[in-house]
Design a protein around this ligand. Sequence first.
Ligand SMILES: Cc1cc2nc3c(=O)[nH]c(=O)nc-3n(C[C@H](O)[C@H](O)[C@H](O)COP(=O)(O)O)c2cc1C
Length: 141
Amino acid sequence: MLFTLTYVSFETRPISPSGLEVLIRQATRDNARDGITGVLLYTDGYFVQRLEGSREAAMALFGRIRLDDRHEVLMITDVKPIAARTFDGWGMALLDARAFDGGIPEQQEVRSLLASLPETVRVHPEAVDEVAAVLRAVLVA
Ligand SMILES: Cc1cc2nc3c(=O)[nH]c(=O)nc-3n(C[C@H](O)[C@H](O)[C@H](O)COP(=O)(O)O)c2cc1C
């Protein structure tokens, strides 16, 4: 049975783009081992992460993540069985909003969209799947 868990957290100290790259490299390696896929959004100090995998693997991973002192988990917004993965093929996709810093309007639009998502999933947990679809669309654009 496939399972998904999404949470919102906030950094305990500023994480640099390279610090985030290091985190994602380790996460991608370990997630491949554990059959986990998903996405990690970083925007203005907030993380929004969706994990997908077996119930056991997703819960075990979240057990490690919530103890990580790089952030504090604010809220689990969504835990449920799913029929299929949204992030099939991504060990852990990374969306660092800082990458969208070009002056062109399209980049600014994506950046402000990403900036709104931590609040959206906290106020509207039922919108998590739509948020995931938005993140996936940004990733493949
Ligand atoms: C925001 C955030 C997201 C993370 N995502 C993952 C992940 O998807 N997979 C993973 O293995 N570790 C992830 N980690 C790292 C884990 O918290 C932990 O450091 C790592 O799994 C190693 O744990 P261990 O030292 O107990 O083996 C994440 C950490 C943070 C702060």
